[in-house]
Design a protein around this ligand. Structure first.
Ligand code: G
Ligand code: G
Ligand code: MN
Ligand code: NA
Length: 253
């Protein structure tokens, strides 16, 4: 309950900000997109992790205004970069399960894109397997978002109740291998088996794969050898502020 009241206030008082973590094309070593990660830094208190407050926001329904704030803030950032004449960036935005099932989600995204002059190719949405528990509704939602021209990835892939049939049936673009598998990739044979299986599966279904939580050169080499195209993690960069992203990754053309 404490988190709930605090979070409600945090949205009003602008104690939230967005961080951006590059997703790197392993071939060119260029960033192809940036994952948007919300940060809550209450005045005079240590930061509270989204792993802690997102579930609370989901349960209390606060995820709806919070999710809307995140979407708007991300699109505003794209607009700001555009105004400054920087190359067009792509943002990968996390949607929680409840947020994904909002009836007016598509209209809201569409209207934000219009307001902030965002191109469909600039937005990827990350949903978890938990958002697909009602397959018919989820299918319809994904289809409408795809019709807008957005990309869809399945986040934390392999950790939920995955029915492999949705991979075939749903028009999704990429899978994100959960960092729990990438961790200890070289020490743990099971993690290695799961990772290569996901990579082969994705390859045969024509899906892109993003490996999350890449921290070492050894992990990277293993992933590259097994056909992974995109990496994200501390080995490349941590989540950064918008101005750090701008300085490091978005140079004027
Ligand atoms: O940023 P960090 O690695 O601490 O995130 C922890 C968890 O919180 C991750 O599972 C991540 O997906 C989730 N998370 C971070 N930012 C957002 C967000 O903007 N929306 C949603 N729904 N989840 C987020
Ligand atoms: O569930 P999701 O993939 O959205 O969560 C991403 C989370 O992982 C973010 O909170 C981010 O801060 C964290 N993260 C990003 N890169 C690394 C990494 O290389 N190692 C670890 N342990 N965490 C990472
Ligand atoms: Mn994510
Ligand atoms: Na993830």
């Amino acid at each position: 309950l404490l988190i709930e009241t605090g979070l409600r206030r945090a949205i009003e008082n602008r104690e939230l900000r967005l961080a951006y973590q590059p997703q790197i094309d392993l071939r060119s070593r260029e960033p192809i997109s940036f994952e948007v990660l919300v940060r809550w830094e209450p005045a005079n208190l240590p930061a509270i992790s989204p792993a802690e407050f997102i579930p609370v926001a989901e349960e209390s329904g606060l995820i709806i205004p919070l999710g809307e704030w995140i979407l708007e803030e991300a699109m505003k950032q794209l607009y700001t970069w555009k105004q400054e004449g920087l190359p067009e960036a792509v943002l990968a935005i996390n949607l929680s399960a409840k947020q994904f099932m909002q009836p007016y989600l598509v209209e809201m995204i569409q209207s934000l894109m219009l307001t902030y002059e965002v191109q469909p190719a600039q937005i990827e949405l990350e949903i978890t397997e938990g958002a697909l528990t009602n397959p018919d509704e989820a299918y319809e939602m994904i289809r409408r978002l795809k019709d807008l021209g957005l990309s869809i990835s399945i986040d934390d892939f392999g950790t939920g109740y995955s029915s492999l049939t949705y991979l075939k049936r749903f028009p999704i673009d990429s899978l994100k291998i959960d960092q729990s598998f990438v961790k200890d990739l070289l020490l743990d044979e099971q993690n290695r088996a799961i990772t290569t299986t996901i990579l082969h599966l994705a390859q045969s279904l024509g899906l892109r794969v993003v490996a999350e939580g890449v921290e070492t050169k050894e992990q990277l080499l293993f992933l590259e050898e097994n056909g992974c195209q995109i990496g994200q993690g501390f080995y490349f960069d941590s989540p950064l502020s918008a101005s750090e992203i701008q300085q490091t990754y978005l140079r004027k053309k």
